[in-house]
Design a binder for this molecule. Sequence first.
Ligand SMILES: NC(=O)c1ccc[n+]([C@@H]2O[C@H](COP(=O)([O-])OP(=O)(O)OC[C@H]3O[C@@H](n4cnc5c(N)ncnc54)[C@H](O)[C@@H]3O)[C@@H](O)[C@H]2O)c1
Length: 273
Amino acid sequence: MELRLSGRVAIVTGSGQGIGKAVAMRLAREGADIVVAEINRETAVATVREIQTLGRRAQAHPVDVGCPAEIQLLVDRTVGQFGCIDILVNVAGIAKTQSFLEMTEDVWDRVVDTNLKGTVFCMQAVGRQMIRQVPPEVAAQGRAGRSYGKIVNFSSISGRHGRSVQMAYAASKAAIISATQSAALAFSPYNINVNAVCPGVVPTPMWEQIDRDRSRLMGAKPGEALKAFIDKVPLQRAGSPEDVAGAVAFLCSADADYITGQTLNVDGGFEMN
Ligand SMILES: NC(=O)c1ccc[n+]([C@@H]2O[C@H](COP(=O)([O-])OP(=O)(O)OC[C@H]3O[C@@H](n4cnc5c(N)ncnc54)[C@H](O)[C@@H]3O)[C@@H](O)[C@H]2O)c1
């Protein structure tokens, strides 16, 4: 595999399992050192061990991305240990499935805090550090050919359309598309690229939970909700975590230096806008 990310330092949030873990492994295979920023200490440590077997440096950092003070600590420790931050991938997210009429304030707050607030304040804290890393002569000229940082956020196909039983999740994922554009504009003078991906249906522990909740809500059998989504995928299969990780690695590489403010569907054609 081509080492497009050799020598880069990447923070990947939510990388203890599922898509985040696949992203961390893919970036490491392409040469990056990885900080596994994850609320679950045990899964974070397990991911770190796997990355180290690839010969890369890796560090587990237990963090709740919904808490800006913890995010700042994550940035400070990463810079203390690795010297810089070149890549941030905001994967951490939670989904709650409930009818809109029964949604509680607590569910709204937890989902929006993790998905949207977490993404926004991770971008702010890491963006400040990336801007500090831009060489002074480049900052003075205002423009340069190469990128001085890559940020990739996680929206969802649920951010492209409303979901009657996932109001908070869909709203948070739609807002991430807007936050991606705003940050791309704010960071463009420093040549820092900010983009997002919308995964489609990817069987992970998150989807296992969604399938259980949808089955209960709609009186369906286990697996039926997942199958109903997969049946609507033009490429006729579910996505894998590695499918999504490949798109993220591209957006983190120099191949994407002229792409910013974009949200890429990685969904087998489920959404086409
Ligand atoms: N699986 C899919 O089909 C799908 C589809 C579209 C979008 N997504 C998005 O992709 C991302 C990853 O999804 P997944 O399916 O791998 O989910 P997952 O539940 O399997 O993994 C999410 C990870 O994030 C961590 N996490 C949760 N809250 C956190 C917090 N506050 N701080 C730090 N870490 C936290 C979890 O511990 C877990 O390791 C999410 O943002 C999700 O919304 C997933």
